[in-house]
Design a binder for this molecule. Structure first.
Ligand SMILES: Nc1ncnc2c1ncn2[C@@H]1O[C@H](COP(=O)(O)OP(=O)(O)OP(=O)(O)O)[C@@H](O)[C@H]1O
Length: 243
């Protein structure tokens, strides 16, 4: 369900790196809105600023100019400690490489994340439920090395969802997967946006994913060159329940 008010409002944001002749402008005057329950897709060529934008919204970096409001909070104005707390409590991340803890099982990886926001016993239950939801109910006690790439990425999604984030930020989540497995992972992310209030944002090189987006944002040389809402997004993997 898409909520009315923009949940994340990025307004006139710029981010540059370095000084003088070596200065790189990664983002300039970027304004976008992201909403809870929306599946937003950010596309653009390599170096267009996609990861920089994701890092700013996720509180991993700070803008050089402009404002980023998340709910009622201006995150650019937070102290380092407050920003860490924002990142830890409100944002889930999924990266191209899964970053699972190798000596913990699938369930333990997810439960560890859940235990940041709930008591341990509840975290174990929530981990089991989430892994079930991503189709890994039969893999709870496997270690990462005993899982396929797609399975590891689904554990990573379950882990990101374990803290019930308001924002789920995914940087090339299918980048290391074959196309069938990648489609399953992206379908899972779209499903998450459709069934929860989480604002799901996916950065990708895959132009085709735009057809499945509720909102498509295209960057070029650090600027937004396309930003449109799609009222009839395709369902990834062709499962029923579109719209
Ligand atoms: N820490 C940094 N220091 C200097 N330049 C940086 C830094 N981070 C990013 N850049 C530059 O900012 C620009 C945007 O980078 P960014 O990683 O956001 O692009 P991207 O669209 O995510 O690219 P890709 O698809 O290759 O991951 C690039 O020119 C990059 O070299």
């Amino acid at each position: 369900m898409v909520t009315e008010a923009p949940f994340v409002a990025v307004d006139g944001v710029g981010r540059s790196f370095g000084e003088g002749p070596t200065r790189v402008v990664a983002l300039a005057e970027v304004s976008v809105e992201l909403r809870g329950g929306e599946f937003s897709v950010i596309v653009g060529a390599s170096g267009s600023g996609k990861s920089t934008l994701l890092n700013l919204v996720g509180g991993m970096d700070r803008p050089s100019t402009g404002s980023i409001r998340v709910g009622e909070t201006e995150i650019a104005a937070l102290t380092d400690r407050e920003l860490t707390r924002y990142r830890r409590e409100r944002v889930g991340f999924v990266f191209q490489f899964y970053n699972l803890i190798q000596n913990l099982t699938a369930r333990e990886n997810v439960a560890l994340a859940a235990s940041l926001v709930m008591p341990g016993r509840e975290a174990d239950d929530v981990a089991g439920d989430l892994l079930e939801r991503v189709g890994l109910g039969h893999r709870l006690d496997r270690f990462p090395r005993q899982l396929s790439g797609g399975e590891m990425q689904r554990v990573a999604i379950a882990r990101a969802l374990a803290k019930r984030p308001a924002l789920l930020l995914c940087d090339e989540p299918s980048g290391a997967l074959d196309s069938t497995t990648g489609t399953q992972v992206l379908a899972q992310l779209q499903e998450t946006a459709r069934t929860t209030d989480t604002a799901v944002v996916v950065v990708t090189h895959d132009r085709e994913l735009g057809a499945a987006a509720d909102r498509l944002i295209r960057l070029h040389d650090g600027r937004v060159v396309e930003n449109r809402r799609n009222d009839r997004p395709a369902t990834i993997g062709g499962k029923a329940g579109a719209g």
